[in-house]
Design a protein around this ligand. Structure first.
Ligand SMILES: C=C(O[C@@H]1C=C(C(=O)O)C=C[C@H]1O)C(=O)O
Length: 247
């Protein structure tokens, strides 16, 4: 079994014990690349961007492991050179599949008039050409330490839907029964990670060069097991994507 893992700090805690146990071959890559590898069959199970799952629902089976937040997520944010978000365009990282669509929905639902412009490059490069930028993952955590956070997509999503934002959901190709046991093992590994939070935070802080105090809050608040509200949120996201012509 080849198991995908986001090469982001948000997957560090849940995979920490699973990797130590060494029962699976772990393939680390970006959310976008994992989606491609899952589709081609190079890997058997992986978290993928939720939008990718929704767009391929007929071929994919979702599992419990997810990357979600019920309120602030800290790592999917619009950062700004300005004091506050004004009407000027927002650069949107091309690394995002899901939150780029969520932002589009949020902007329209709130009646904002900002243009959303896809942009490559680091947050520094994005903010050279634009006042505001949507960034995700480790890049967002680094960016929020330098620039002002003017929107947290987890928080905005809950404001609009009353539900948690599900950014990534684990999936396998339909009919792969053995993927379920990987999912069970990963969820157990996540729970064990939370029981050994001090150790995991210390190692992650050195590896990713991020403050331990931040990681403690970040790891504790991320939601990694999809329950009823997370599944409902995926359905709502799908409905809203249809409503806004994104799916
Ligand atoms: C929580 C995050 O959400 C990520 C956002 C994604 C997207 O916008 O496509 C995909 C995977 C998630 O890991 C993060 O990047 O930190």
């Amino acid at each position: 079994m080849r198991v995908g893992k986001f090469g982001l700090v948000n997957n560090f805690l849940p995979y920490y014990h699973l990797e130590k146990e060494g029962r699976y071959e772990i393939v680390e890559d970006s959310p976008k690349n994992l989606a491609r590898m899952l589709q081609s069959g190079e890997i058997d199970y992986a978290p993928v961007p939720s939008f990718f799952y929704l767009a391929n629902r007929d071929r994919l089976e979702a599992h419990s492991f997810c990357v979600a937040s019920d309120g602030e997520v800290y790592s999917v944010v619009v950062v700004s050179k300005r004091k506050r978000l004004d009407d000027s365009p927002i650069a949107v990282t091309t690394k995002s599949v899901t939150s780029a669509r969520m932002l589009e929905i949020i902007v329209r639902e709130k009646g904002m008039i900002n243009r959303l412009v896809p942009a490559d490059g680091s947050f520094f490069e994005m903010l050279e050409s634009y006042d505001h930028a949507l960034v995700i993952g480790d890049e967002a955590i680094k960016a929020r330490m330098v620039f002002r956070v003017v929107m947290d997509i987890g928080e905005e999503w809950r404001e609009i839907t009353g539900l948690p934002a599900v950014f990534g959901i684990s999936a396998s190709q339909r009919g792969r029964g053995d993927a379920r046991s990987v999912d069970d093992d990963l969820v157990s590994s996540y729970r064990k990670g939370m029981e050994t939070l001090d150790e995991v935070v210390e190692i992650a802080s050195m590896k990713f060069r991020m403050p331990a105090e931040f990681l403690r809050v970040y790891f504790s608040e991320l939601v990694h097991v999809a329950g009823k509200r997370e599944l409902r949120s995926l359905d709502v996201f799908e409905e809203m994507c249809h409503e806004h012509g994104l799916l």
